[in-house]
Design a protein around this ligand. Sequence first.
Ligand SMILES: [Zn+2]
Length: 207
Amino acid sequence: MISARKALELLRAGNRRFVAERQRDGQVGASRREEVTERQEPFAIVLGCSDSRVPAEIVFDQGLGDLFVIRVAGNIVAPSQIGSVEFAADRFGTRLVVVLGHSQCGAVIATIEELVQRADNPSPNLRSIVDRVRPSVESLLSMGMAPDATLVQRAVRANVRSSVDHLRHGSAILEDLIARQGLLVIGAEYSLDTGRVDFFYGAPEET
Ligand SMILES: [Zn+2]
């Protein structure tokens, strides 16, 4: 089993390779596929946004069998996301969970538009996503923030922190793994501009 700290080191190193355009070879070919046919041992769980520009395996330069990835618009936490994290942490012994938000997140921007312009959203399905982002945006608006680019930046991070807190406290199984088994749940933001991932919430310092 790979510890949370070691897993975080691997993600940081992978993202540095991605930014430097020095990706490793041999991670998605036939030989790697053969290695993981019978079993998987993903070293990290990533709950990320569905945005086409932020595929976790690519931005962390990882291959088949390395990451257990859950993607949903706005990297929100609903019961099926918690269940997926529980499944991987329990079944594979994965000890690091990263909630990965990103700059200019469309789900966050849509939520701001709905709150500020009172735009009406006709789809109850889409609304179920916006409703989970809404508390993070509302608390910033209630502090008197104007609906500008800074609000989007801060709302993206507030939304990541909210998902992390929800995972940490929304499941007895995960609470137990955190308390007894060294499970670490942290938050990060990917920059569309630079390709860098900033582990800004709950991550131990780099050694
Ligand atoms: Zn997004």
